[in-house]
Design a protein around this ligand. Structure first.
Ligand code: GTP
Ligand code: MG
Length: 371
């Protein structure tokens, strides 16, 4: 249901918040200025104070932004699986991706700790593409999931064979389970002398994960990011899992996707890494993402190349936003700037109200107001 803070309601009526609070009190409701009331109560109060109410529902502004109509069967084409790499700190997530990608991401990172999510596409031995998302620990994934963003088709849980199942391994498992996403286990660092993959399997059992070699259904692979051992098998396993999922998308519609990460770059302005999920994004498109919008000035792929468009399961850097969107924000193409402004101004207001409700004037109690 729609809500509004007492302060915002008062502002919009150009009334004093204290008068709103008094009226509510007469009706037996005790409130302070930062409290949130539902829209029906707000309407009653407004009318009682002699105002005409015009309710603009979220659905009116957001209406038609995306088509809820399912795509036609004939418009659907296979798309690469989106695979998120998760696991405990230092268990080798970035190294693994790096080895798969045969590039060198780890060395470029400050202290070898992942600064932000990287998203890349690589070709499996079959030639088919796989999209990988690397997560720092799993904070970003957690926040995205908390915001209802579903980006990943498969989760690879990386467990270091010399360290075993650790607290963040367990959390990663729980996230994957809660999201209903299939898991594949990569037992990493098997090149190490003290590697004990069997112990990892037993520990996983304690968390209700029965791997294939122990009669279960969860695919597991012994790998080494250092030597490259087991990596082709892991990729094949991912392909196999992807085939079962039968992942398809319509690339012939307007682009839609999710912001994986975003930051303000000194030279380039706001830069958002976007995973395209349906349709195709083109340079020149006008897009909204959360409370921000922009005309796409450039699309840059995972190798740093400028590209004219990006289709389903493709991660791209999007340049041209007027502000920096948040990870997890949905990216949607709109027909024109006026529409983009309407949507983002509305969302910015909602965002402000929510923030005010939580933080603004929290110390001003009802008693203070009545003085
Ligand atoms: P965070 O992003 O900080 O959570 O770490 P991560 O999981 O990405 O780990 P990262 O890839 O940074 O690797 C951590 C350390 O383990 C590095 O020093 C790697 O060189 C080392 N390492 C990773 N994989 C292997 C492996 O297969 N064998 C050996 N011997 N060392 C590895
Ligand atoms: Mg890392």
């Amino acid at each position: 249901p729609e809500t509004i803070t007492i302060q915002e309601l008062a502002n919009r009526m150009s009334e004093r918040a204290v008068d709103v609070i008094r009226l509510l009190m007469k009706q037996g409701q005790i409130h302070k200025i930062t409290d949130v009331i539902d829209s029906d109560t707000a309407q009653l109060i407004a009318e009682e104070m002699g105002h005409t109410v015009r309710r603009v529902a979220e659905s009116d502004v957001e209406e038609g932004l995306t088509s809820d109509e399912p795509d036609l069967e004939e418009d659907l084409d296979p798309r690469p699986p989106v695979v998120t790499i998760m696991g405990h700190v230092d268990h080798g997530k970035t190294s693994l991706l790096d080895a798969i990608r045969a590039a060198n991401v780890v060395e470029g990172e400050a202290g070898g700790i992942t600064q932000h999510i990287g998203a890349y596409q690589v070709a499996a031995p079959s030639g088919d593409l796989v999209t990988f998302i690397d997560t720092p620990g799993h904070a970003a994934f957690t926040s995205m999931r908390a915001r209802g963003a579903k980006v990943t088709d498969i989760v690879v849980i990386v467990v270091a064979a010399d360290d075993g199942v650790m607290p963040q391994t367990v959390e990663a498992i729980q996230h994957a389970k809660a999201a209903g996403v299939p898991m594949i286990i990569a037992i990493n660092k098997i090149d190490k002398p003290d590697a004990n993959p069997q112990r990892v399997r037993t520990e996983l059992l304690q968390h209700d994960i029965q791997v294939e070699s122990m009669g279960g259904e969860t695919l597991e692979f012994e790998v080494s990011a250092k030597t490259g051992e087991g990596l082709p098998e892991l990729l094949e396993g991912l392909q196999l899992q992807a085939e079962i999922l039968n992942l398809r998308a319509n690339e012939k519609r307007d682009g839609e996707g999710t912001v994986i990460e975003a930051q303000l770059d000194r030279g380039r302005g706001p830069v958002a890494t976007v995973l395209v999920q349906r349709g195709t994004l083109f340079t020149g498109d006008i897009v909204v993402a959360g409370a921000e919008w922009g005309r796409i000035r450039a699309l840059i792929d995972d190798t740093g190349k400028h590209v004219p468009y990006a289709g389903p399961s493709v991660p791209v850097e999007v340049l041209g936003f007027n502000g920096t969107p948040d990870a997890g924000d949905r990216v949607i193409v709109v027909p024109n700037e006026a529409r983009a402004r309407e949507v983002t101004e509305y969302r910015a207001r909602i965002k402000r109200e929510r923030l005010n409700a939580r933080t603004g004037g929290a110390n001003r109690s009802l008693v203070d107001m009545m003085r």
